[in-house]
Design a protein around this ligand. Structure first.
Ligand SMILES: [Zn+2]
Length: 341
């Protein structure tokens, strides 16, 4: 089989499921740690690489929280956001809906209007200087309960930054039932935001149904367990409700035992609109290009097949029709040129 890595690396791509703080690469963390020498995060690249080697999921959460602790000022927020876009540009990601959890920052004392100004400033600079178009999904950290839901909804609806397109729900699923968040999603949807909760990653297909029926989900974050319910797969396929699949993340969190057991094949076979994403890439030791390579292997795709995956993400995005046509056109032009070499 041909090595698809060089093709994938240059392929214009869109990413729909990737977290803001979770995208802080060792390079970015080292810059943030240097700004806050009192933190316990190492600044030396080698020590930092060790620091990012997780022994288990609890250790991952510990490291994640220590990175959250480095984001203390609006300038930290701006730096993180712009540098995440730089890492995206290097992978030829042209468009990303970045999941931001404003509650974690405002609760830690970053003034809310300054937070919005910082992400917007970074968004405009990323588009101008790096050619990466960013949009925001504000998500409720489910583990923080309804107080966080209320606060996230208020920030999304009342302070709505220009780049905000969607509303999400993350954190643990076990013990955090989706239906309780219905009033918050209702308000966000009424304000014109799209609904994109995480569901069916660590719990069964009922959680996906709850996300569809109660939270009116237009895409599902992960949705891994959907394959256990043929009626659900048929529903997703019929309504073109995309799954945001993040293969390596699913292994890291043990939602799936190993890559070869990943249900992406069943999803595609059922006709579901599957998109490939990286979730918290540096924390899971991956990036979007690696996730495309994994998907290509599992689905036995050639260049056209991989380009099709990239176009799925464009279709399932909340870009306007002109923006979708532009990136899809870039994908086709790149693929044609590659195959004509
Ligand atoms: Zn996620």
């Amino acid at each position: 089989m041909t090595d698809l890595h060089p093709f994938i690396a240059g392929l214009p791509k869109a990413e729909l499921h990737v977290h803001h703080v979770g995208s802080a690469s060792p390079r970015i963390v080292s810059e943030l740690a240097a700004r806050h020498p009192d933190s316990r995060v190492p600044t030396d690249p080698e020590a930092l690489a060790d620091y990012f080697t997780f022994t288990d999921f609890a250790h991952f959460i510990d490291v994640y929280l220590s990175v959250v602790d480095l984001i203390r000022t609006p300038e930290d927020v701006r730096l993180l956001t712009f540098e995440v876009a730089r890492d995206m540009a290097r992978q030829n990601i042209r468009y990303a809906e970045l999941t931001v959890t404003p509650f974690s920052s405002t609760r830690r004392g970053i003034e809310e209007k300054a937070f919005m100004a910082a992400i917007e400033d970074a968004r405009l600079a990323a588009e101008r200087e790096l050619g990466v178009v960013l949009r925001w999904c504000f998500d409720i950290p489910g583990e923080a309960g309804l107080e966080a839901a209320e606060e996230t909804t208020r920030l999304a609806v009342d302070l709505r930054p220009e780049g905000l397109v969607s509303f999400g729900l993350g954190g643990p699923e076990i013990g955090v039932a989706r239906p309780q968040f219905k009033p918050y999603f209702d308000r966000a949807i009424a304000a014109g935001l799209h609904s994109v909760p995480h569901a069916g990653e660590t719990t069964g297909p009922q959680t996906v149904w709850d996300a569809l029926r109660e939270l009116r989900a237009e895409r599902i974050g992960h949705g891994t367990s959907s394959v256990r319910d043929p009626a659900l797969l048929a529903h997703l396929a019929e309504h073109r409700i995309a799954l945001e699949v993040c293969p390596t993340s699913n292994i890291a969190t043990r939602a799936v035992t190993d890559l070869d057991a990943h249900p992406i094949r069943e999803m595609v076979a059922a006709g579901v609109l599957v998109t490939v994403n990286s979730d918290d890439p540096p924390m899971f030791g991956t990036d979007l290009n690696s996730e495309y390579a994994v998907a290509a292997r599992l689905l036995e795709l050639d260049e056209r097949g991989v380009a099709g995956l990239a176009k799925n993400a464009v279709e399932a995005s909340f870009l306007d029709p002109a923006g979708k046509a532009r990136i899809s056109g870039e994908i086709d032009a790149y693929t044609d040129a590659w195959l004509a070499r």
